[in-house]
Ligand binder design. Structure first.
Ligand SMILES: [Zn+2]
Length: 368
């Protein structure tokens, strides 16, 4: 049976008889394929140890087993049973029916509210890279009364309708160039890679606002400006101390102290906020130290219209698969040889497998 991605399988059945290969239509095979790919991705998320990801993966396994019901949904007890069968043995096994439903709802809300928004962009790019033209849509169909329980649903929406931004993010794509063609040419040309934008894992509380995208609007914009202005003011005042001490004391040590303080304040300001101050010009840069983790691979990206819907600053990671050894290429600072430039370095061979990094086209070519 072939159905449009936006109409439920059941609803589509009478009006849409089997119409084979027509473009823009997706069958249950596509649902199974997308669910399988998403499950593979979810299994590698660092959050995969949490129950909300287990709930997602349980739903995905139900979808793969019974794709015709994907869009109508599965009830909480089916989801809980799948969690038990495949991920967490004995989970909610001895609870009352209402308690099971409440637990599934609680983890679903965590999934939709916290985990999924962070993963969505990377999932979209992964699926596009795999030649899948549809984006999974997770939803909950609120039930009511006896015999009509809340259902957890999985559907596919075409990329174009789901998010126009995707087209704008790849403005230099050839007109007929489907993403699947790109991935084929990437694997054949061993010198090219395509990057995936991933979320920042385990961010500290301060970095988390940027990991979720710091919207430059309303009070946030004023706070952001205020912090930058305050920093500039402090540096300016300490710099002013140098000529002041010169006037007042004329002692060499006093002037040296004032100059030293000015340099220290200047450096601290630059290291802490310099990147954010310059970001509207640089567009993408290595994130300041207070956003980094041990790996030092977090970047900050200035996002604004027309490529993005809102003006925001987002902490991100860009990764790709190394075409030379299969290792993980991560975009990071170019260090000594390529200072001021971001490059993609393979984790297996950081000095030998180096690629350029273009965050707009999400592409790179080998440079060493
Ligand atoms: Zn490599």
């Amino acid at each position: 049976m072939t159905v449009t991605s936006r109409i439920t399988a059941q609803a589509a059945l009478p009006e849409h008889p089997d119409n084979g290969v027509e473009r823009g239509f997706v069958d249950t095979q596509a649902i199974v394929f997308a669910a399988k790919r998403l499950d593979e991705l979810a299994s590698r998320w660092p959050e995969s140890r949490y129950l909300n990801v287990a709930v997602l993966r349980a739903l995905l396994s139900l979808v793969q087993r019974d794709p015709e019901r994907a869009q109508v949904g599965f009830d909480a007890w089916e989801v809980a049973a799948a969690v038990r069968d495949e991920y967490v043995r004995g989970w909610a096994a001895n609870d009352l029916r209402e308690e099971v439903a409440a637990k599934v709802r609680e983890h679903w809300q965590k999934l939709i509210g916290q985990t999924w928004p962070k993963k969505e962009e990377g999932v979209r790019q992964h699926l596009q890279g795999a030649g899948i033209e549809f984006m999974p849509v997770l939803s909950r169909d609120e039930g009511g009364g006896q015999g009509n329980p809340t259902r957890y649903c999985f559907a596919l929406e075409p990329f174009e309708a789901e998010d126009r931004r995707v087209d704008e993010e790849r403005p230099f794509e050839p007109v007929d160039g489907k993403v699947s063609d790109v991935s084929v040419c990437v694997s054949s040309a061993r010198q090219q890679i395509s990057y995936i934008c991933e979320d920042v894992e385990d961010a500290s509380w301060l970095a988390r606002t940027f990991a979720q995208g710091f919207q430059l609007a309303g009070w946030r914009r004023h706070v952001f400006r205020g912090v930058l202005l305050f920093g500039i003011l402090i540096v300016g005042l300490t710099a002013l101390l140098v000529p002041m001490t010169l006037l007042v004391t004329r002692s060499v040590s006093g002037i040296a102290n004032a100059a030293f303080a000015a340099v220290v304040f200047g450096y601290v300001f630059w290291a802490t906020l310099g990147t954010l101050l310059m970001l509207h010009r640089w567009r993408i840069a290595l994130a300041p130290w207070w956003m980094q983790s041990v790996d030092d691979d977090r970047l900050v990206e200035w996002r604004c219209p027309p490529r993005h819907t809102d003006k925001s600053i987002k902490a991100v990671r860009y990764t790709a698969k190394c075409p030379l050894c299969g290792g993980k290429v991560v975009a990071r600072s170019g260090s000594f040889m390529l200072a001021w430039k971001l490059v993609g370095r393979c984790e297996e061979a950081p000095a030998a497998h180096v690629f350029s990094f273009d965050h707009v086209r999400r592409e790179g070519v080998r440079i060493t």
